[in-house]
Write a protein that binds this ligand. Structure first.
Ligand code: SF4
Ligand code: ZN
Length: 308
């Protein structure tokens, strides 16, 4: 394959090494494995495993990397949002993968957690928002709750370079500096005291140096069980537009995604610094579910009240 941004032409073996090296380097550079982790007191890393290529490739590489290293225990966490066909198929891929790798796997459903299915929420849409606006809140909540319940030291997700460059551009174009600071918190787990999430489990995205096309090629070449399809409720409007713009820019100016992300991370860290020490609203228990919130009723409960 030809990596236009680096000028390299890679054979299958070197391509594989190149992808895995970037993931391992990211783990080192983000300091994900502290020196306090030992075989007797290992780190638990919970991986958000949807069954799409990004999360399956990440899980596969992590399982290979730490197969002989008892300092890290991997747990895969899948969520069924109640999106018929689409999620059934991707969870089948997730199950095939964890069966091959022999790692602990938990699946949580919105139905069991909240008594809702995303297909119904999308059809009713009582607050006239995009389906992802509900789904994203529920997912963040489930991930945080179960990461804590599973004893996670880190919560890892399979965001790739394209996802991250799109998010960076979205935040930048929306001009929201505090959102950039939060993004820095969420991606690097820094300054966790500023986070308003129910859990303080730090997040990490070890695949974020690898472009989407390379993730797809890796999954294809090495037969990693993956489900390649888009959610029928995906709201691609703004993100989709940026995706097209970024693909065009990358084509004409290879390396654009890398420079967007490098610049963005620096800006986000400056933004996080700017807000550091600034008083944040006190967190109080939600009147309905007890989760920490800045208001009286948390966002999840507000949405659930609207949809039920
Ligand atoms: Fe949920 Fe939107 Fe993702 Fe579909 S695309 S799973 S609705 S967040
Ligand atoms: Zn609540």
């Amino acid at each position: 394959m030809h990596q236009a941004y680096s000028g390299a032409h890679l054979c299958e073996t070197h391509f594989r090494e190149s992808v895995e090296r970037r993931v391992r380097r990211r783990i080192r550079e983000d300091d994900l494995l502290p020196s306090t982790a030992t075989p007797k007191d290992p780190e638990t890393w919970v991986i958000g495993l949807s069954g799409g290529k990004d999360s399956t490739v990440l899980t596969h590489i992590l399982a290979e990397t730490f197969a002989e290293d008892p300092r890290v225990e991997l747990v895969a966490l899948s969520i069924h949002e109640g999106i018929e066909d689409y999620r059934d198929e991707s969870l089948a891929a997730a199950e095939a993968l964890v069966g091959d790798l022999d790692i602990h796997h938990e699946t949580v459903t919105y139905e069991d957690e909240y008594g809702v299915q995303m297909d119904d929420v999308a059809a009713e849409d009582p607050l006239d928002m995009a389906p992802c606006a509900y789904c994203g809140v529920f997912r963040r909540d489930v991930l945080a709750t179960y990461a804590e319940e599973l004893g996670a030291d880190k919560l890892l997700t399979g965001h790739n370079l394209d996802d991250e460059a799109e998010t960076a551009m979205m935040n930048f174009l929306e001009g929201d500096v505090s959102q950039m600071a939060k993004h820095f918190d969420a991606s690097l787990g820094a300054f966790p005291d500023r986070r308003e999430e129910p859990s303080l489990v730090p997040r990490a995205k070890p695949l974020r140096d690898v472009p989407e096309k390379e993730v797809a090629l890796y999954a294809h070449l090495f037969d990693i069980p993956s489900h390649i399809a888009e959610c029928p409720h995906a709201d691609r409007s703004f993100r989709g537009e940026l995706q097209r713009v970024l693909r065009g820019l990358e084509e004409n100016h290879p390396g654009t995604r890398h420079s967007i992300l490098a610049g963005y991370e620096e800006l986000a860290s400056m933004a996080a610094e700017r807000f550091r020490g600034e008083s944040t609203p006190d967190l109080v228990p939600c009147e309905e579910c007890g989760a920490p919130t800045t208001g009286t009723v948390c966002r999840t409960c507000q949405l659930l009240d609207a949809v039920s």
